[in-house]
Design a protein around this ligand. Structure first.
Ligand code: SF4
Ligand code: SF3
Length: 549
């Protein structure tokens, strides 16, 4: 059985994983995820047509988002779980097809034209082996016969996957948007439309970037509505004596529920990876004293670090890796996450996780240094006068946004070296899990403003944009004219959609690394270079010189 996947930065040999995923995705799971995309195209076709006739179904809109999120790198590796979701995908497609056909008949007095081929006509196989076989017939290479068009389709689909993850978190916080729902369907339908060409997918990708700003804004609003604006907060790292649960992922609402259910139970809650910014929210940190500290580094260190955390561990989103036997029995998944043999918590009752934490040995009294988080746009713009004064007086010469995903490749040391070499009169803004490359280093401050400002999770790219737009406004210039350089690291598809958002805003001269996406063909790359001067990272020395020159 073969596979082909090139959606993330780890794609084998910089081309694609074709025997087994570097992430741990095997050919069976790869086929099921490919089939999920195929099914979602069919669902998108009918949901789009139904909308044209004024009909919609929120359960189906939500499934489009969850289905896409499921196929993000390091989310769902469980074939049985995936097979269940494929059944929901098929049933949803058939349901919205019926809605469309009824609406068509009501409007036109005749039956809707039947679609007899492609994803809209998909009939689900009866068992797991059949699903895998169907998935094998609908891999990435079937998206289009032309390599450049296929590349543009992949950019769009990966952008949609990233946006789906953010839209799902926003939905869980009660934020949803009709324009966003409609776009997911329209864009997925377009990827199956033979009449669409390269520039259609370029246009849809830019639209995806635009809507993703809206989605990240909704998520930001959801976070702020529930938990207040983040405030600069010192977070202990290491552990303290007592029982503990480690929460990894991005979902703050799930963390809140766990905090509620563990209150008074003598269990400390620790954040891992992208959950670190949770400590900055007053509605979490100030309300729940047992939200204690942050443990470990970025996602790729989990197999090394989780054995050192003796309590229960739960993933609410990416990035899960193959668990070692030493901690598999105290590991849990939630939301769209899945790994075979890892206990999945299907709803909001975390008793099993809590009981496991109480059974597990206590954590050691082993505190490490504190780190700072909580510099969302509200906090940074609260000291905007000081920042602007600093720039005008020459005390702050330049801003560097060094952010994005972390990963396992040795080339990612670039980001540590870059941060270390940023001159003393420059401020570093950071976000997402790439910050673990340097967030325990000392950077000092400039006139009371810390030189390293942790804006938050990857979705807080929204906050970074608000800061950049406010600075541009204060200096009466465009974002491209600011003394600001964006040097980004990418790994999975959320980084793809954030890049699309930056490109939609016309932001130029972005550098990305540690390597360029395998799904971008030379012609598409030329397009990006010509229009946006997007380029790969080189060396810290050369990139700093270019930025400051
Ligand atoms: Fe390979 Fe990345 Fe695809 Fe996993 S998600 S199979 S590592 S390209
Ligand atoms: Fe990290 Fe997975 Fe992307 Fe949210 S947790 S940024 S890699």
């Amino acid at each position: 059985m073969g596979m082909f996947c090139n959606q993330c930065e780890q794609a084998a040999k910089g081309v694609g994983c074709d025997i087994i995923g570097v992430c741990g995705k095997n050919p069976e799971v790869a086929a099921l995820q490919d089939l999920m995309l195929f099914g979602l195209k069919g669902l998108g076709i009918y949901a789009d047509k139904a909308r044209e006739l004024g009909k919609k179904d929120e359960a189906i809109d939500l499934f489009m988002i969850e289905g896409l999120f499921t196929t993000v790198t390091n989310v769902d590796f469980d074939p049985v779980q995936l097979a269940g979701k494929l059944r929901t995908c098929y049933d949803s497609k058939e349901k919205i097809k019926a809605v469309y056909e009824t609406a068509y008949r009501e409007k036109n007095g005749s039956s809707a034209p039947q679609i007899t081929a492609g994803p809209a006509a998909w009939v689900i196989a009866g068992d797991l082996a059949g699903l895998v076989k169907q998935g094998e017939e609908h891999g990435i290479n079937t998206h289009h016969t032309d390599a450049d068009v296929r590349s543009a389709i992949e950019i769009l689909i990966y952008g949609l996957k990233g946006m789906a993850a953010y839209a799902d978190h926003a939905y869980i916080l009660g934020k949803k948007d009709e324009e966003v729902f409609a776009f997911f369907h329209r864009a997925m339908a377009a990827t199956a439309d033979p009449a669409k060409g390269l520039m259609d997918f370029v246009g849809l990708s830019m639209e995806c970037g635009k809507l993703n700003i809206k989605v990240m804004g909704m998520l930001n609003e959801g976070h702020v509505d529930h938990y207040g604006h983040p405030v600069p907060t010192k977070v202990p790292t290491g552990t303290r004596k007592g029982k503990g649960i480690l929460v990894s992922g991005h979902d703050l609402r799930m963390l809140e529920e766990l905090l509620k259910q563990t209150a008074g139970k003598g269990i400390d809650i620790y954040t891992h990876g992208e959950m670190l910014p949770a400590h900055g929210y007053p509605g979490l940190k100030q309300k729940y004293a047992h939200l204690y500290g942050n443990f470990g580094g970025a996602w790729q260190d989990q197999a090394k670090e989780f054995p050192l955390f003796p309590g229960a561990i739960i993933f609410n989103t990416n990035c899960i890796q193959r668990p070692a036997d030493s901690y598999k029995d105290r590991l849990f998944s939630w939301g769209q996450v899945g790994w075979p043999g890892v206990k999945h918590i299907p709803g909001w009752d975390f008793s099993e996780v809590i009981n496991k934490a109480l059974e597990c040995p206590e954590l050691a009294d082993a505190p490490e240094k504190e780190i700072l988080t909580g510099f969302g746009h509200n906090a940074v713009l609260g000291v905007a006068d000081k920042v602007i004064e600093g720039v005008k007086a020459g005390a702050i010469k330049h801003f560097f946004l060094i952010g994005g995903c972390d990963g396992a490749k040795p080339g990612r040391n670039y980001y540590t070296e870059l941060a270390e070499q940023v001159p003393q009169d420059c401020v570093i803004l950071t976000l997402a899990c790439g910050k673990y490359r340097f967030n325990k280093l000392e950077f000092g401050d400039i006139g009371g403003i810390p030189r390293l400002l942790d804006i938050g999770q990857c979705n807080d790219a929204y906050s970074a944009l608000q800061i950049a737009l406010a600075l541009a406004d204060a200096f009466k210039c465009g974002v491209n004219d600011l003394p600001l350089s964006m040097i980004l690291s990418w790994y999975e598809q959320k980084a793809v959609v954030i890049l699309l958002s930056l490109l939609h805003l016309g932001i130029k001269n972005i550098k990305i690394g540690p390597s360029l996406p395998a799904f971008v063909t030379p012609n598409v790359l030329n397009f990006l270079v010509e229009n946006f001067n997007l380029g790969p990272i080189t060396t810290p020395e050369a990139d700093l010189k270019a930025a400051l020159g």
